[in-house]
Structures are given as structure tokens and as C-alpha cells.
Write a protein that binds this ligand. Structure first.
Ligand code: SME
Length: 161
């Protein structure tokens, strides 16, 4: 197993260190599933206060399919436009939701989830997947988390294409 000495003083430094670790983990591996699995494990290990971290893949048609993740077993297929993940897929825009219970159509895979961050992963104009992070704390995800996770997914995108 890989251990990373991630001990950042602030959020920006944390994402910088996570980016270095993600780059090292995925640089020489061409398999998309392996790279998503290690990315989910890395994020789960080092981002505090999460109850779910993982990927939904855009394989064919307007539906997302569950990919590698950490946390409780989850909903398997999410149509584009449904819930927070489906909104991210349909709009290709980051969804940073402070209170998921106030989000129309939120899909409650885990009743413990209170806030959510979903980052679409686009490469060469194609939507490959979305990163989905859930937290039991309302308002867990700050704008810096959206920026940091988008930077992580920019590293990962060509390695899951
Ligand atoms: N809550 C998500 C569904 C996925 S689970 O949280 C893992 C949504 O509304 O898209």
C-alpha cells in the first residue's frame, strides 16, 4: 500500500499535496478503473468529514453508472438531469450543495448525507465521469474544495479516458 505524508496547513496546501499524490499514483497506469479506485481511496483517506467518495461513469446514453468508490453501497444508475450527480452530468458544471435536502430531486443514497460536491470530468470534449463527494455536515464544501477537486480531476481526466 501507499502511504502519503499529507499534513497540510490549509485547504489550498492540502489539495496541492493531494494533486502530487494523485499524479504519482496514476502517472504510469493506463487502466481507468484502477486509477479511479486509487483516486477515490486517496480522497477518502485525506479529505476530512466525508461519508461517501467516488465516481459515476458516463459510459453510453444519458445515464451515469456507479464506478469505484469508498463508503456505503450506493445507487447504481442515475439518469442525466436527476439528482446532484445527474445535474452535474447534464450541465457539465460543478455542483456544490450546502444542503442536499433543499436540492430538488436529490437522490438520497445514504440518509446521513447533508452536503455534496459533484465535479464533472471532461476530456477532449467528452464527459467521462463525475466525482461525487458526500458529507454528513451541512455546508461542508467551500469554494476552495470545488477548485481543489476540479484541479484533481484535471490530473485524473486523461488517465481515465
Ligand atoms: N446523492 C447523489 C446520488 C449519489 S450518492 O450520494 C452516492 C445525487 O443526488 O446525485
Amino acid at each position: 500500500m501507499y502511504d502519503f505524508a499529507i499534513d497540510a496547513a490549509d485547504t489550498a496546501a492540502l489539495y496541492h499535496e493531494l494533486g502530487q499524490a494523485l499524479d504519482a499514483l496514476t502517472a504510469d497506469e493506463p487502466d481507468a478503473i484502477a486509477n479511479m479506485a486509487n483516486a477515490a481511496a486517496l480522497i477518502w483517506q485525506y479529505l476530512p468529514d466525508l461519508n461517501w467518495a467516488g465516481f459515476y461513469r458516463a459510459l453510453a446514453g444519458d445515464v451515469l453508472v456507479l464506478g469505484p468508490f469508498q463508503g456505503k453501497p450506493a445507487c447504481i444508475r442515475i439518469p442525466f438531469g436527476q439528482g446532484v450527480c445527474g445535474a452535474a452530468a447534464a450541465t457539465r458544471q460543478v455542483q456544490r450543495i450546502d444542503d442536499v435536502h433543499a436540492f430538488p430531486g436529490h437522490i438520497a443514497c445514504d440518509a446521513a448525507s447533508a452536503s455534496e460536491l459533484v465535479v464533472p470530468i471532461v476530456h477532449d470534449g467528452r464527459l467521462l465521469a463525475v466525482l461525487d463527494l458526500d458529507s454528513p455536515t451541512r455546508g461542508r464544501f467551500a469554494p476552495e474544495d470545488a477548485v481543489g477537486c476540479a484541479a484533481l480531476m484535471a490530473i485524473l481526466a486523461p488517465r481515465i479516458a
